[in-house]
Design a protein around this ligand. Structure first.
Ligand SMILES: [Zn+2]
Length: 94
């Protein structure tokens, strides 16, 4: 379904990357993945933010800026060709 960066691939996750947080409303344990922004309580339907949110891959991923931008916009993370990036090795002599 989603083709995001390797750091987000659940195949490489450890058991501790998935944990249960008690719902602040009804106290029912809600399963969180480490990169879940929010999760909805299956019992009462209350949606609350992940207190342990950890986007570890964003620390090294060169596309982190785009991932974060995509998350904020609610779109799936993806990489597109962009020609408005500054070129390196450009010497301004003249
Ligand atoms: Zn609840």
């Amino acid at each position: 379904m989603d083709k995001s960066c390797p750091g987000q691939n659940t195949l490489f996750w450890k058991p501790e990357d998935i944990y249960e947080i008690p719902c602040p409303v009804c106290g029912r344990p809600v399963e969180f993945f480490k990169d879940d922004l929010t999760r909805k309580c299956p019992s009462c339907g209350f949606r609350f933010p992940n207190p342990k949110l950890d986007l570890g891959c964003l620390e090294w991923c060169r596309y982190a800026d785009r991932c974060i931008a995509a998350l904020k916009e609610g779109k799936p993370a993806g990489v597109q060709d962009s020609s408005d990036e500054p070129k390196e090795g450009e010497e301004g002599s003249g």
